[in-house]
Design a protein. Structure first.
Length: 760
């Protein structure tokens, strides 16, 4: 665009915004009003960008643009244009507050019990404090949050005056430790200053950035801000920009911002990379000594088409009624020595993180895709769990051994599925020599699955989201990623190996890291059972604590119902989160007495750690060299750190998916879709589409009635029409809005398909 065209378009936009009937609009709304093409819409962004830099146009937190009228003129609904001279320090002539006035406004501390915990912010300004060992959070009203920000460690006073049916309330009296010294957000430029809107909506305050701290930063850039002043009740936090991640329109910047906001290390230190470069790219003869040579076994890996870090391989034969199953796991510990730079970095990361457009690996690519990957046709070191399994799915004997293997074929799930379902003649011909083993795998997988089902293992069959991106990193499709016969084979065999290894080391009472899942909280179970009863699901507990078998019966009783997925999610939410521990307390969801993570040392640190323990045990070093005491000393911290990193990765992956789903739906504004009500709240209906995208129908958009939320039945009821919306109802919705920054999708209700079908 030439300067002349830019000036002409700026003038036009200013005239548009100066019209008395103009109301603040978002970029998308202005574009729609002017009926602009995609290319013209991009040019409009540049025009608005320049007008903001010149101080002629302002943009509020919701992304709405309007013309600036007068110098520092205060506007009724714009928090950013309050008198900055007073609010933001000496460079804008801040007035000193009268000390007596401060004292006069200071609140008296309420009576109550003091406690310490973590403050969890809310976009609307209030928050909650999580107290360790206490099930229910403490609600903190906006007026009582003080200067507490999301993730801060705080001291609070819990009020004595708890009202019946209401959550316990508290007051923040002191911030003990700041939880987020750095914030990732979007820079917004104004006349003589800027501010950063945090990407994390729980950090509800915008951060003021003096102009001198934002040299070279442009409107719309994603940045990392170091907070220099946390502000006060009437003064926003202040900060300085540490790093510019790039403009939000640059491919990959949106996901990079998520990586940075969760503090996920994305670059390997130089020392780590140098150490990785020294690792050999082939198996050394010295490393073969003392290992069991299993290269004669017919062995395959089965993974996704695009997988590059292949850390598990399978072999299977049968003699009489006994299956000989070999689960061969890459011996990563041979190349990552304890307390080396590689090991310390792996522990720091805890796990690989799988985001929409990238993988942030736990180990450098030279290891994860090279010597530690069980690549076809290459000799590789492994730690193998060799199991003899009878026709009832019971392991009658087993051996864990250091081995050398050589994978015959690198298989993908699709090819194995097509072979087993007889839908791909080309694949059958190509892998003809392996077909008998694949059918034997399917047979054993079914036996193991039935065995787990018989003991009460709970199988939540939720489709994962598969997000398709184009070369520019834009989401062009979202669809469910369903499990199939091939993915189930690998899942069943990995579970069996994990249980077998955990049982041996728990029985021998050797220090170890287990994967545990505690029984659900009884109060949550009672609430769940009440809700299920109101949904027409009949279930009774035999004893005070619910069993995995009883949960399994709930899941089976709703199979095929319209609200199956919704109720399954409610059941899942009533359970506790699995974690890593040094105590072998069992896994409720799997109905397993023994369980650990043994099968993925490339991408999970606990697996790598227990490989070291297993090898020290096999080599007789646990007792002889005092390794037992060493592991007893370090494993609690390994388990804690691994659990923390896993939760961080899960949250980042969810945020990545939500962002790309919102982006995808932003290209479908005004389009109609069929969906199912997946959640009912006082503020509206959550509707899930068949492609796994979930959006909100705000209650105030439901027409012709006033709706009240029934907490017992999880239903919205119309006061006049008696219309009821409940979980599992089929509806038709129109995409009303999709906000990539907030990662939200808003729907409008078009029709109630479920009731219409019943009437017809």
């Amino acid at each position: 665009m030439s300067k002349k065209d830019m000036d002409r378009r700026k003038k036009f936009i200013l005239e548009l915004m100066g019209d008395p009937i103009y109301q603040p609009m978002r970029l998308r709304e202005i574009s729609s009003l002017l009926r602009l093409s995609k290319e013209e819409k991009r040019e409009l962004y540049d025009v608005l960008d320049e007008l903001c830099e010149e101080g002629k146009v302002s943009v509020d937190r919701k992304g709405r643009y309007e013309k600036v009228k007068g110098k520092w003129k205060k506007k009724k609904d714009d928090r950013y244009y309050d008198d900055r001279r007073e609010e933001y320090g000496s460079e804008y002539g801040r007035k000193k507050k009268d000390k007596n006035k401060k004292d006069k406004n200071k609140k008296e501390q309420p009576e109550g019990i003091q406690a310490e915990g973590t403050f969890i912010g809310h976009p609307k300004g209030f928050g909650f404090v999580e107290i360790e060992g206490q099930d229910e959070d403490i609600f903190i009203p906006e007026s009582d949050t003080g200067t507490a920000m999301h993730q801060d460690k705080v001291r609070i006073i819990i009020r004595n005056d708890k009202k019946e049916g209401k959550r316990q309330e508290g007051v923040v009296v002191k911030v003990l430790e700041r939880g987020m010294p750095e914030i990732v957000g979007t820079y917004q430029l104004n006349r003589d200053f800027g501010f950063v809107i945090s990407d994390n909506p729980k950090f509800s305050k915008d951060i003021f950035i003096p102009r001198k701290e934002a040299a070279g930063i442009k409107n719309g850039d994603k940045v990392i801000v170091v907070i220099t002043d946390y502000g006060s009740g009437n003064k926003n936090p202040e900060g300085k920009i540490k790093e510019n991640l790039g403009n939000i329109r640059t491919p990959g910047t949106d996901i990079l911002a998520i990586v940075k906001s969760f503090g996920i290390p994305s670059e390997f230190p130089e020392k780590v990379m140098k150490q990785a470069q020294r690792v050999p790219d082939h198996v050394l003869d010295a490393d073969r000594d003392g290992r069991l040579d299993l290269r004669h076994l017919q062995t395959v890996t089965i993974d996704g088409e695009d997988a590059k870090d292949l850390d598990d391989a399978i072999s299977l034969t049968k003699e009489g009624d006994i299956y000989h199953l070999g689960v061969h796991i890459a011996d990563v510990s041979n190349y990552v020595q304890y307390n080396s730079a590689l090991d310390r970095e792996a522990l720091k990361r805890g796990t690989s993180v799988y985001l929409a457009d990238r993988v942030v690996p736990m180990l450098p690519e030279r290891l994860s895709n090279g010597i530690c990957s069980l690549n076809q046709g290459e000799d590789r070191l492994a730690l193998s769990c060799l199991m003899d399994i009878n026709e009832k799915g019971k392991v009658v004997s087993h051996q864990i051994a250091e081995t050398v293997i050589n994978v015959n074929e690198r298989m993908c799930y699709t090819d194995v599925k097509n072979i087993l379902e007889d839908t791909d003649e080309e694949a059958k011909k190509r892998y003809e020599a392996l077909i008998p083993m694949f059918f034997m795998m399917k047979e054993l997988s079914g036996i193991l699955r039935n065995s787990r089902h018989h003991r009460g293992s709970i199988d939540f069959d939720f489709p994962e989201s598969k997000i398709i991106l184009n070369a520019a990193g834009k989401a062009i499709d979202v669809k469910p990623y369903e499990a199939n016969v091939a993915t189930k084979i690998i899942e069943d065999f990995m579970l069996m190996a994990n249980e077998t290894v955990a049982q041996e080391y728990c029985t021998e009472e050797i220090p170890f890291v287990y994967r545990t899942h505690d029984n659900p909280d009884p109060e949550k179970v009672e609430s769940l059972l009440t809700l299920l009863h109101n949904q027409g699901v009949k279930i009774q507990k035999a004893k005070e604590e619910i069993t995995p078998k009883e949960i399994q019966q709930i899941i089976e009783s709703i199979e095929g119902l319209p609200n199956e997925a919704m109720i399954s999610r409610l059941v899942l939410r009533s359970m506790k989160q699995a974690k890593y521990t040094t105590e072998c307390s069992g896994h409720f969801g799997l109905a397993a007495k023994y369980y650990c993570h043994f099968t993925s040392p490339i991408r999970r640190y606990p697996d790598l750690q227990i490989h070291r323990i297993i090898k020290d045990n096999l080599r007789g070093r646990l007792m002889r060299e005092g390794r037992t005491e060493h592991y007893a000393e370090i494993l609690d911290e390994v388990a804690r750190q691994s659990s923390v990193c896993e939760r961080r990765a899960d949250e980042a992956e969810r945020e990545s998916d939500k962002l790309k789903k919102a982006e995808y739906m932003s290209y479908h504004l005004g389009e109609e879709f069929e969906g199912i009500i997946s959640g009912v709240t006082g503020w509206g209906l959550y509707v899930e589409l068949p492609n796994t995208v979930e959006g909100l129908v705000h209650v105030n958009t439901l027409r012709d009635d006033y709706y009240i939320f029934d907490q017992e039945t999880y239903e919205l009821r119309g006061e006049m029409t008696k219309k009821v919306y409940k979980l599992g109802d089929k509806v038709c919705v129109r995409v009303a809005d999709a906000d990539k920054m907030l990662k939200t999708v808003d729907f409008e209700l078009v029709a109630d398909i479920w009731n219409d079908e019943e009437e017809n």
